[in-house]
Design a protein around this ligand. Structure first.
Ligand code: GLC
Length: 455
């Protein structure tokens, strides 16, 4: 594959067009048909995109997602702002059954699960982008307060042994919905066949989406959660899926660090002190419990089975973003990414595949089981810059640009470069995808050498 000349002007235009098209009244949908509501970590990444176009929209995006906070502090993963009927989206608000909990907000319907805690570091990014941050102190104070409460919720209700590592209780909470890491969890038990009114597979080719069998497991976790009235203690006892996830904990660490710095500027000493304490513990525990020296990647811990899930791939590389690995650990991660398992022979693979290309479960087109995602790449790119691996960072940045320039603003991409020369090959999943363009804008705005450490 030849490196294509990138017309950054038309790529920038595409990014602006997609974000503008996906903007609704106060929030941005990830993509109009497949995901017609507001998603938590999408909104964070999208706000970074807006910060390059319109700071008012960037702030509003976060305000809207934060205002859907539950009474116990949880930020829900979906905010169902409109009454899109179940026939247009599955599973909708009623299927999630969050209203069985006394903690739901009253002004809007939401899901009963959360997603990676990206809002803290996004807030700091916005603050650093403001021309006059002092003019928006009320917004930042309130947003820091709400985000801090969401972290308090995670440490209080998701870390019962007070280890410093929080758990997720649904695979959708990981953001990496269909990752191969979950296979070993599903293999431990069986679930009923549910009636699934899936809309996704009428929009997207089935081989790019989760299998019916896997989907039954996802729905089962919702059913059990509803039976528990979304009570955290009961769910911890009854749910078969209780996982300490490296990406999820890494995002929390990055956001703690950002909240700490922001709170210092905003004169919120309690937030400064608490986020420091949390981070010392979480970073140490991640390195003790989730680091896999052999694979050079952070892995998962299954608390219901008391076992490590050693899954290699891009999500386990994201702790680089949060400054968690030591210098030798970071070197090991970089060596792995440059090896054929990630990069293919002679760099024949676009970094960074969600599963190593030599893994038996690698699938170039199925959701999270091989394809490249721009949000994960952005995290790894930033991580590489912070650790001084500018060459690898620049390669990742360039490859993101190449992928979108060649295929379009898709949700995920074939990591195999050999596919690029085939005119029939396309990007995968949703089209005109918001976080793809939002983070591409950010990467175009900051060529690698000039990138500042913002987290
Ligand atoms: C998919 C992704 C998830 C994302 C959502 C909306 O479910 O797996 O990470 O938040 O789509 O884009």
């Amino acid at each position: 594959m030849e490196n294509q000349h990138i017309d950054t002007q038309s790529l920038t235009q595409l990014c602006h067009d997609v974000l503008t098209e996906n903007w609704r009244d106060g929030y941005t949908v990830p993509t109009s048909e497949l995901y017609p509501f507001q998603w938590l970590w999408d909104s964070g990444f999208i706000a970074i995109g807006w910060s390059h176009i319109d700071m008012n929209r960037a702030r509003l995006e976060l305000k809207t997602v934060l205002d859907a906070q539950w009474k116990n502090g949880m930020l829900p993963h979906i905010v169902f702002h409109n009454d899109t009927p179940e026939k247009n989206y599955f599973p909708g608000a009623d299927f999630h059954g969050a209203s069985t909990s006394p903690n739901v907000p009253t002004h809007v319907k939401t899901s009963g699960i959360t997603q990676p805690a990206v809002i803290g570091f996004v807030l700091e990014h916005l603050w650093n982008t403001e021309t006059d941050p002092e003019a928006h102190l009320d917004f930042y104070r309130k947003a820091v307060e709400q985000t801090f409460r969401s972290h308090q919720y995670l440490y209080r209700d998701r870390d019962p042994e007070n280890e410093g590592l929080v758990y997720i209780r649904h695979n959708w909470e990981s953001g990496v919905d269909n990752g191969a890491a979950w296979d070993s969890v599903w293999a431990r038990y069986s679930v009923p066949e549910y009636e699934l009114k899936r809309k996704d597979i009428s929009l997207i080719s089935e081989e790019q989406r989760p299998t019916k069998k896997d989907y039954n497991y996802y729905v089962h976790l919702l059913k059990v959660s509803i039976e528990c009235g979304y009570d955290e203690g009961l769910m911890y006892e009854k749910l078969p899926f209780i996982i300490q996830d490296p990406l999820f904990n890494a995002m929390l660490v990055a956001s703690n660090e950002s909240l700490c710095r922001l709170a210092d500027k905003l004169d919120m000493p309690q937030v400064v002190a608490q986020t420091r304490i949390w981070n010392q513990k979480t970073i140490a525990r991640m390195n003790e419990k989730l680091w896999d020296e052999e694979q050079g990647v952070y892995v998962y811990y299954d608390l219901k089975n008391n076992s490590v899930i050693p899954m290699p791939g891009a999500p386990g590389m994201t702790p680089l973003f949060a400054g968690i690995p030591s210098a030798p650990q970071a070197q090991r991660m970089i060596d792995k990414m440059e090896s054929s398992a990630y990069s293919g022979e002679n760099n024949s693979v676009f970094l960074c595949p969600t599963l190593t290309v030599d893994h038996p479960e690698f699938d170039y087109c199925r959701y999270w089981r091989g394809p490249v995602w721009i949000n994960i790449n952005w995290l790894i790119y930033k991580g590489c810059v912070q650790y001084g691996y500018t060459e690898l960072a620049e390669r990742i940045r360039q490859e993101c640009l190449q992928l979108v320039a060649r295929y379009g603003a898709y949700e995920y991409f074939n990591p195999l470069k050999s596919a690029v020369d085939n005119p029939a090959s396309k990007g995968f999943g949703g089209v005109r995808f918001s976080w793809t363009v939002a983070l591409l804008l950010d990467m175009m705005a900051a060529p690698t050498g000039e990138t500042q450490r913002t987290i």
